[in-house]
Design a protein around this ligand. Structure first.
Ligand code: ACO
Length: 430
């Protein structure tokens, strides 16, 4: 038997041996759980740059090479050969379904797409000009009030039902948030449509006329869902896990994930990236923006560029770029100025010393907005679409966490730098 590996650290002249854990692939992890007990010290790692917060068998990223796998399957293969609901099954259950399992799963999800009718009135409490993400955080959080028969996290059947409800209803909720914001009536789901077509139908059809879903656009939509389905322990997923670690119900946890995703450094970057590309407007203005991005005194950053884990091309960005070309072609949009700016900006940045030395490459958000905008979505819908796609990843990670025997409430420690202990001074003497 191979000898168990250890890492030795010296703390206050005391040598401590810590176990080293070996993953399937990727860096080994020094298990520091006993460090405080044995050495009386914490580790300090704000932003978790060197800390694995959990064990997971769902998604793997090799950031140096630019690889992404769901349950071992490369994202390129899934984007080309699979489809979103099959990917959902894979993420949730660990294996690809056979034909019978897939059909059963698709039927199950399709039959859960409607939301409780009372939810329509809940929507009406929001201002019409609310950002759809604001509405989604509220409505998804409120699902625990509408579906309290699936909030007992200790009951595996309820956990399963909640997972299916979330995957099925998120597109309906996102579409309702959109319809509400533009003053159009809510559109009910249609069970004969596939997941992506149904979402397009709920967003773009109106009662006054027939709406035919373009199958090529539905395929592109489905691919966007697949590319966003999971991304291991990113900020929103870690938020879902942390919320879930206290025993909170799944709807509350996913609402927490949506709130975290909204930030421009995370899922909100797709909206920010397209707005930036539109603001740049023409290829001749790119150098001005590159200069600003490099200026330490200017808070401007190239949105859709850079990633905590990828120090190479984000594989999703490559697929997204091809998809952007295809979608614009299908829609007969030639010489789209935003796509031209994006491609040229990418080219210039990838030749620039600043971006090369910092290993800053386009991420998934760089091209997705161009596709979504060409399909007819306003920028405010980009992050809700990310959220509905990522729901399966969040719920798979939440489920995995609850089944982990090592799971305990997430409770980081801190490096306290506040005042030392002092006595209260009466207000008259201050
Ligand atoms: N434009 C210009 N400079 C950048 C950019 C950028 N987009 N991203 C990083 N840098 C620079 C930083 O200024 C920093 O420089 P320094 O070392 O001289 O201080 C260096 O590169 C490292 O950046 P950090 O912010 O320390 O890297 P971190 O891993 O913390 O951040 C992040 C990653 C948040 C994604 C960052 O690259 C960024 O803000 N990008 C723009 C927003 C974006 O596209 N977010 C989407 C991420 S993908 C997703 O969530 C789906």
């Amino acid at each position: 038997m191979a000898e168990a590996k250890t890492a030795r650290i010296t703390v206050k002249d005391k040598e401590i041996d810590l176990p080293v854990l070996t993953p399937t692939v990727g860096p080994e992890c020094v298990d520091i759980r006993k460090l405080y007990g044995q050495g009386g010290v914490f580790t300090f790692d704000p932003g978790f740059t060197s800390t694995a917060a959990c064990e997971s068998a769902i998604t793997y990223i090799d950031g140096d090479v630019g690889e992404l796998w769901y349950r071992g399957y490369p994202i390129e293969q899934l984007a080309e050969k699979s489809h979103y609901l099959e990917v959902c099954y894979l993420l949730l259950n660990g294996e690809l379904p056979n034909a019978e399992q897939l059909e059963k799963f698709e039927t199950l999800i399709t039959r859960h797409t409607m939301v409780h009718e009372q939810m329509h009135y809940f929507f009406r409490g929001f201002r019409r000009d609310s950002h759809p993400m604001a509405t989604m955080v509220g409505v998804v959080g409120a699902m625990s009030a509408f579906y309290h028969d699936s909030t007992d996290i200790n009951d595996p059947v309820q956990r399963e039902i909640a997972s299916h409800r979330l995957i099925a209803k998120l597109p309906t909720i996102a579409a309702m948030a959109y319809k509400y914001s533009i003053g159009q009536p809510f559109v009910y789901p249609r069970n004969e449509l596939d997941y992506a077509s149904n979402f397009l139908h709920m967003c773009f059809s109106v009662p006054a006329e027939k709406y035919e879903v373009n199958p090529a656009l539905a395929r592109a939509m489905d691919r966007i869902f697949t590319l966003h389905a999971d991304h291991e322990q990113n900020a929103s997923t870690s938020t879902v896990r942390l919320a879930g670690s206290s025993g909170a119900n799944p709807f509350a946890c996913i609402a927490a994930g949506i709130a975290c995703l909204w930030g421009p450094a995370h899922g909100g970057a797709n909206q920010a990236a397209l707005e930036m590309l539109q603001q740049i407007g023409s290829v001749d203005r790119i150098p001005e923006y590159i200069k600003r991005a490099k200026d330490k005194d200017d808070p401007f950053r190239l949105m859709g560029f850079g990633h905590r884990v990828y120090k190479n091309f984000d594989p999703r960005a490559k697929i997204m770029k091809e998809s952007a070309d295809e979608v614009l072609d299908i829609l007969g949009i030639h010489n789209n100025p935003t796509l031209q700016v994006a491609k040229e900006l990418e080219k210039i940045a990838l030749e620039d010393d600043y971006f090369v030395s910092k290993k800053l490459y386009p991420n998934v958000d760089f091209y997705s907005g161009i596709i979504l905008s060409a399909m007819g979505f306003p920028t405010s819908m980009f992050t809700p679409i990310f959220a509905l796609s990522r729901t399966v990843g969040w719920i798979s990670q939440w489920k995995e966490m609850l089944g982990d025997p090592d799971n305990k409430i997430g409770r980081p420690r801190q490096l306290y730098v506040g005042s030392d202990k002092r006595d209260y001074v009466d207000v008259a003497k201050r």
